[in-house]
Ligand binder design. Structure first.
Ligand SMILES: Cc1cc2nc3c(=O)[nH]c(=O)nc-3n(C[C@H](O)[C@H](O)[C@H](O)COP(=O)(O)OP(=O)(O)OC[C@H]3O[C@@H](n4cnc5c(N)ncnc54)[C@H](O)[C@@H]3O)c2cc1C
Length: 434
C-alpha cells in the first residue's frame, strides 16, 4: 500500500501559523496549555470577555487530536446511559446527557457566528449492531434515553438497514438525527482565527515545561517555565488531552493516552459512495474495539478504529493501516480495490472512569478525558470553563462539577500506560463474550 502517512484533513486547509518566535508577555490573566479545540475555545471566550490570554502549544495549532479525528459530532457520552444511571443516578445522568446535546448546539453556533467553512452538517449518526444481542440492547438503550433524557433515537431493523448502509454484516441499527459531521482541521483552524481575532495570542512550538504556583504574588498566580523565558499568569487552563505531559503531573496521572488510527481512500465514484452510506451518516459499530467510519465531502471512505492501543508511531500507523483496510473490506467488500490514500494516528484521552472531567486541580483549571467524544465536548467545556475562570459563571455551570476524578487503583500509574496491552486484551475478550 502506498499512502501518505499524514492526516487527510490537513491537506484540505492551511491551518494558520501561531507566533513561532515572538517574545512572551511577562504577565497575563490566563495561560492556556494546548491549542486544540478545548484550549482555543477557552481562549476565544476568555479574550472575548476582555482577559489577556496566551495559548502555549508545544507543536503547531491543532496538531493534537483536534485535526486528526473523524469529525463526528456525536450526541451522548462514551459511557452508555445505563452505566451513567447506575453510577450517578437520574439527575446527574440527565445533566450530562443534556450537556452532550448542548455541546453540539455550541459547535453549530460557533461555526455560524464565526463563519467557519468546515462542512458542518446535521447528518445524524448510525450505530450498527455487530451481534443480535447488541441490537436488542439498542432497543433498551433507546427506551432509556427517551424516558430519562427526553431524547428520541430511532431503531432500524436488519431488513431496513440497506436504507442506511451498504453493508450486509450488521444485525440492525440505531439512528440519532441530532448528531453532526464536520471537517476537523478546517474547524480547528477557524476556531484559532476566531480566538486571535478577539486578541488571544497563540504561541506555537512553545512547550510549558514546568508550572509552579508563585507564593510571592498576592492572589492566585503561576510561574510557567518555557524555552522563551518565564511567563506569569493569574490562571492556568490545562487543555492537553491525550498529550498531557510531565508539566502537569497531577493531571497526567489521571489520564490514559490511547491510540486511534484512521485510513482514507481515494475519492469514490458517486454511485458507490451513495451505496455505502445513502444518508451520509457518521457510522460506528457496537464493539468495544469499534470501527467508526464516514464519507468525506469529496467522497472518500474514512475508516477508523483502535487498531493498536498504543499512541501513534510511524510503525504503528503502517501496521494499523493494514488492519483497518481488512476491517473496511469486511464491512464493505465493494471497497476491495479502493486505493488507500492516507493513514494516520492520534491519541485519545481516557480517564479511569471513562468520563470527561473539568474542574480545578492544584489551583489549575482543566478539561479533558473525552474518550473519543471530544469534538463537541472539548469545544463546549473550553467555553464553559473559560466562563468559570473569568468569574462570569459559577463552578456549577460546569456539568461535570462535583463528580469525582479518580486516578489509577492503588495509585499504580504515573502517566506511562504500562497496562495497555492487558487492557486491549480485556476489551477484545469482552467483545468476544458480549
Ligand atoms: C484518531 C482520532 C479520532 C477521533 N475521532 C473523533 C470523532 O470522530 N468525534 C469526536 O467527538 N472525537 C474524536 N476524537 C477525539 C477528539 O479529537 C479529542 O477529544 C479532541 O480533539 C480533544 O481536543 P483537545 O483540544 O482537548 O486536545 P488536543 O487536540 O489533543 O490538543 C492538545 C494539545 O496540547 C499540546 N500540549 C500538550 N502538552 C503541552 C505542553 N506542556 N505545553 C504546550 N502544549 C502542550 C499538544 O501538542 C496538543 O496539540 C478522535 C481522536 C483521535 C485521536
Amino acid at each position: 500500500m502506498a499512502f501518505k502517512e499524514k492526516t487527510y484533513w490537513q491537506d484540505t486547509v492551511t491551518i494558520p501559523a501561531g507566533e513561532a518566535s515572538a517574545p512572551l508577555p511577562e504577565r497575563i490573566d490566563v495561560a492556556v496549555i494546548g491549542a486544540g479545540l478545548t484550549g482555543l475555545s477557552a481562549a476565544r471566550t476568555l479574550a472575548q470577555g476582555g482577559a489577556s490570554v496566551a495559548v502555549l502549544e508545544a507543536e503547531t495549532i491543532g496538531w493534537g487530536a483536534s485535526s486528526r479525528n473523524g469529525g463526528m459530532v456525536l450526541t451522548g457520552l462514551k459511557l452508555p446511559v445505563s452505566t451513567l444511571l447506575a453510577r450517578y443516578g437520574s439527575e446527574v445522568t440527565r445533566r450530562l446527557y443534556a450537556a452532550s446535546l448542548a455541546s453540539i448546539d455550541c459547535v453549530e453556533q460557533i461555526v455560524r457566528v464565526e463563519n467557519i467553512a468546515c462542512d458542518f452538517s446535521r447528518c445524524g449518526h448510525l450505530e450498527v449492531a455487530c451481534k443480535p444481542k447488541h441490537f436488542d440492547d439498542f432497543q433498551r438503550s433507546a427506551d432509556l434515553i427517551a424516558r430519562e433524557c427526553n431524547h428520541a433515537l430511532r431503531i432500524v431493523p436488519k431488513d431496513k438497514l440497506r436504507d442506511e448502509i451498504g453493508s450486509g454484516i450488521y444485525h440492525g441499527g440505531l439512528v440519532d438525527d441530532a448528531s453532526a459531521g464536520l471537517n476537523p482541521a478546517r474547524y480547528v483552524a477557524g476556531l484559532a482565527q476566531a480566538a486571535r481575532k478577539v486578541g488571544a495570542k497563540i504561541f506555537e512550538r512553545l512547550r510549558a515545561e514546568k508550572i509552579e504556583r508563585d507564593a510571592q504574588q498576592s492572589g492566585p498566580s503561576f510561574r510557567l517555565t518555557t524555552a522563551r523565558g518565564p511567563l506569569w499568569a493569574s490562571n492556568v487552563f490545562v487543555a492537553t488531552s491525550g498529550y498531557t505531559s510531565a508539566a502537569t503531573p497531577a493531571v497526567r496521572k489521571k489520564i490514559i493516552p490511547i491510540g486511534s488510527y484512521i485510513i482514507a481512500t481515494e475519492p469514490l465514484a458517486e454511485p458507490l459512495a451513495r451505496e455505502l452510506s445513502p444518508r451520509n451518516r457518521m457510522i460506528f459499530d457496537s464493539k468495544n474495539y469499534l470501527y467508526y467510519y464516514r464519507l468525506t465531502p469529496d467522497r472518500r471512505m474514512l475508516f477508523g478504529g483502535r487498531a493498536r492501543f498504543f499512541p501513534e508511531t510511524p510503525q504503528s500507523i503502517r501496521e494499523s493501516a493494514g488492519i483497518l483496510r481488512r476491517g473496511m473490506i469486511e464491512v464493505y467488500p465493494q471497497l476491495r480495490d479502493a486505493p488507500i490514500a492516507y493513514a494516520w494516528g492520534g491519541t485519545l484521552d481516557f480517564a479511569f472512569d471513562i468520563l470527561p472531567h473539568a474542574g480545578q486541580l492544584e489551583g489549575m483549571h482543566y478539561a479533558l478525558g473525552y474518550a473519543g467524544h471530544g469534538v463537541a465536548m472539548a469545544t463546549y467545556l473550553g467555553k464553559i470553563m473559560a466562563e468559570v475562570i473569568a468569574g462570569c459563571s459559577p463552578a456549577e455551570a460546569n456539568p461535570f462539577h462535583g463528580l469525582p476524578f479518580p486516578g489509577a487503583p492503588l495509585g499504580l500509574y504515573d502517566g506511562r500506560p504500562w497496562f495497555l496491552p492487558f487492557a486491549g486484551a480485556w476489551y477484545k475478550f469482552l467483545d468476544w463474550i458480549s
